[in-house]
Design a protein around this ligand. Structure first.
Ligand code: PMP
Length: 405
C-alpha cells in the first residue's frame, strides 16, 4: 500500500482507539469501566432534538452557506456577547463540523511549510498532529517546574521568528487547570507584540468549578476584533454533551475568516444543516441544563479527588474545570502507556496515557461518567496497584485475587 510520508507520520487518535477497545471488550460482555471518555453521559437537550427534527421533517436538507446557517450564526453572536462581552459580526464567525475541524482549518490557513506553532503542555493530543498535517512544526513548551501552568518566560524563549501562532486551551484538557487571568493577559499582549495569532481553544470554558469563571480573552486587548490576533474556538460538544452532532465554531478577524471559509467551502462545503439546527436549538434553549451538567461534573471531580487521595504516592492537582484530571502515577510506573495497558488488562479500566498529552508518568482520568463508574474505577486501579489495598476484588460477578504485588 502506498501512502504519503506525511500521512504515515500521523499517529492514531489514542482516545478514539481506546473507545474502540472498550467497545469491543464490552461487546464480549466484559464489565469495562471507561475513565478515558471525553464526553458527558447526559441526553441531548430536547430543544436541540426538536430543532434538528424540524429540519428533517420539513424535508429541507440541502447545502447551506459554507460558513454556517445564518440563524445559528446569530445565536453564536449572542453567545459571544453574553459570555465574552464582545459584539461581533456574522463575518467574524464560521461554523464547522466540530471544533476539531475549526482548529484544523485555522492551521491550514495560517501555517506555511516549516512555520512553527507553539503548544503549551500538557496539551490536547490532536494539536501537534494537526500542525504536522499542514507541514508545520509543533513547538512544545513544558513547564519546567513540573506544574501544569507554563510561565511566560518559557513561552517567550520558545517563540522564534518562524512562529505563527500559540494555541492555548483553558480550561485545559488533560489537566483540568484554568490558566490565571494575568497569564492570559500576558499571552494576548505578547502575541500582539509579536504579531502572531493566539488561538484560544475555549471548548470547556463554561465547565469551571467552585464559582470561578473562565476569562474572556477579549477583555485583555484594546484592539478591535478585526485588528486583534485573537481567534476563539468553541462548540456544543462539551457545553451540552452533544459530541455526536459535530458542530463547533470560531470567531476571528473577518479577513482571516474569509480565507478560512474558502478552505472550508472547498473541503466540506458546509457542516450538516440538520446538526447546525440542533446546535441552534441547544444555544437558544433553557440554559439551566448546562448548570446542572456543570454541578454534576463538579461533584464527580470532588469524588475522584477524594478517592485518589487514598493512594500511596499518587500526586494530584485539583481541577478547576473540564471533566479530566491528570494524576501523577510515577510512584507506580514511569511508563504511562504500559501502565494503561496493565490497568485495562488486570482491572478492566480504561485510562489514557499522559505521554499522549506531553506528560509522561501521568494518567488522564475522565470523571464525565457516573459516580459509580468513578468510584468503582478508582477502586479497581487501587486494587491493581496499591499493595496496601485488600488483594481480592469483585469485577462484575468474578472474584479476582491480586497475585502480582
Ligand atoms: N479541543 C479540545 C481541547 C478537546 O478536548 C476537544 C474534544 N476532545 C476538541 C477541541 C474537539 O471538539 P469537537 O468534538 O467539537 O470537535
Amino acid at each position: 500500500m502506498s501512502v504519503s510520508e506525511l500521512a504515515k507520520s500521523i499517529i492514531e487518535s489514542p482516545t478514539l482507539r481506546l473507545n474502540e477497545e472498550a467497545r469491543l471488550l464490552r461487546e464480549r460482555g466484559e464489565p469495562v469501566i471507561h475513565l478515558g471518555i471525553g464526553e458527558p453521559k447526559n441526553k441531548t437537550p430536547i430543544t436541540a432534538i426538536l430543532s434538528s427534527a424540524a429540519k428533517l421533517t420539513q424535508g429541507d436538507v440541502k447545502y447551506c452557506p459554507s460558513d454556517g446557517l445564518p440563524s445559528l450564526k446569530k445565536a453564536i453572536i449572542r453567545y459571544t456577547e453574553e459570555h465574552y462581552d464582545k459584539a461581533v459580526a456574522p463575518e467574524n464567525v464560521i461554523v464547522s463540523s466540530g471544533a476539531k475541524q475549526a482548529i484544523f482549518n485555522i492551521l491550514y490557513t495560517i501555517v506555511n511549510p516549516q512555520d512553527e506553532v507553539v503548544v503549551l503542555a500538557p496539551y490536547w493530543v490532536s494539536y501537534p498532529e494537526m500542525i504536522k498535517m499542514v507541514y508545520g512544526v509543533p513547538v512544545i513548551v513544558t513547564p519546567e517546574d513540573g506544574s501544569f501552568h507554563p510561565r511566560m518566560s518559557e513561552i517567550e524563549r520558545a517563540v522564534s521568528s518562524s512562529a505563527r501562532a500559540i494555541i492555548c486551551n483553558s480550561p485545559n484538557n488533560p489537566s483540568g487547570i484554568v490558566y490565571k487571568d494575568e497569564f492570559i493577559a500576558e499571552l494576548v499582549a505578547f502575541c500582539e507584540r509579536k504579531k502572531i495569532y493566539l488561538i484560544m481553544d475555549d471548548i470547556y470554558h463554561k465547565l469551571v468549578f467552585d464559582g470561578r469563571r473562565s476569562p474572556s480573552c477579549y477583555q485583555f486587548t484594546t484592539k478591535d476584533v478585526e485588528d486583534s490576533r485573537l481567534i476563539v474556538i468553541n462548540g456544543i460538544a462539551k457545553l451540552y454533551g452533544m459530541t455526536g452532532f459535530r458542530i463547533g465554531w470560531l470567531v476571528g478577524p473577518r479577513k482571516l475568516v474569509e480565507v478560512i471559509n474558502n478552505v472550508q467551502a472547498q473541503t466540506t462545503s458546509c457542516a450538516s444543516p440538520v446538526m447546525q439546527s440542533g446546535a441552534e436549538g441547544a444555544l437558544l434553549g433553557l440554559q439551566s441544563f448546562v448548570e446542572a451538567l456543570r454541578l454534576s461534573i463538579q461533584n464527580n471531580r470532588d469524588i475522584i479527588m477524594r478517592e485518589l487521595s487514598s493512594f500511596n504516592g499518587v500526586k494530584t492537582y485539583k481541577p478547576d474545570g473540564t471533566f479530566y484530571c491528570l494524576p501523577d502515577f510515577r510512584a507506580y510506573s514511569s511508563n504511562s502507556v504500559e501502565l494503561c495497558r496493565f490497568l485495562l488488562k488486570k482491572a478492566l479500566v480504561v485510562t489514557v496515557p499522559g505521554r499522549e498529552f506531553g506528560m509522561e508518568g501521568h494518567l488522564r482520568l475522565s470523571y464525565a461518567g457516573s459516580v459509580k463508574d468513578v468510584t468503582e474505577g478508582i477502586a479497581r486501579i487501587k486494587w491493581a496497584l496499591d499493595p496496601t489495598s485488600p488483594n481480592d476484588i469483585y469485577i462484575g460477578d468474578k472474584r479476582l485475587i491480586r497475585d502480582w504485588l
